[in-house]
Design a binder for this molecule. Sequence first.
Ligand code: SAM
Length: 285
Amino acid sequence: MPARIATHAAVAELMRRYDYLPKKSLGQNFLTDPRVAEKIAEAARITLGDRVIEIGPGLGGLTETLTENEAAVLAVELDKRLVYILQKTFAGNNRVEIIQGDILKMDAGELMRERGWRTAKVVANLPYYITTPVLMGLLEGRLPLSVITVMVQKEVAGRLRAKPGSKEYGSLSVAAAYFADVTLTALVPRNCFFPRPHVDSAVVTLKLIDPRAGSDEEDLLFKCVKAAFGQRRKTLLNCLRAQTWINKGREELLTVMKGCGFDEDIRGEALSLDEFIRLARALKD
Ligand code: SAM
């Protein structure tokens, strides 16, 4: 096999050898540019002794780069046939542990505890069809992760970094800003994958930060965010009034909003994270 897995030649050779065809339904677009794998490892600052959870290792292109940077990798792959190929490819490499399963049904915190990992990094070229639930699960799960470095669709990278008032701004943007400092590391064109996807990608790094609200406030904060973006064309006041968990009438709600410095006709999409936190605190009082 050619020296590097994340190349056209190696991906083609592995697929031929194992008579394997990628499944669109599982978001299988394998990396075919080793420089991109390097960029991801660099963005996550992978060094000796790092513990990494890799979601969706596929044929192992990124896994290989992570282990070359001397990380211990726990690779979670859903596709049983890929697990078989990975086990053959990484046989004898004691830095890699491959487990089969659906990351959405797994408890990443438990995986870490079982291995005695006090902290870890998550690194992945994510299957696009589950990007948002995977990221939300990792962020809301409050896992002891230092960093999450992921390749996502370019459009999702835009949503993760979007500012209030923009078209891309939504619940994912607020959650990302609340839980992490988000940086865009690289734009990755679609021709760096096989099969070639219909969209370009981007590598983003989410450096986890300490929560800024207490747990009651946090609960209210995300209820407000959900309400505000649930019906984007409605005013914030009307979005809030429609919530069953709100025990305030229109006038009382308006007073709370005015106390936060918001106009009656403001829309939720105009509120920054700080303003959502202010609103949650005011509703709690
Ligand atoms: N990391 C490889 C690379 O960069 O070439 C493959 C990335 S590919 C975009 C996404 C991978 O995630 C595929 O191998 C796919 O089988 C796997 N996958 C899809 N759904 C998954 C799930 N729910 N849990 C774990 N892995 C999943």
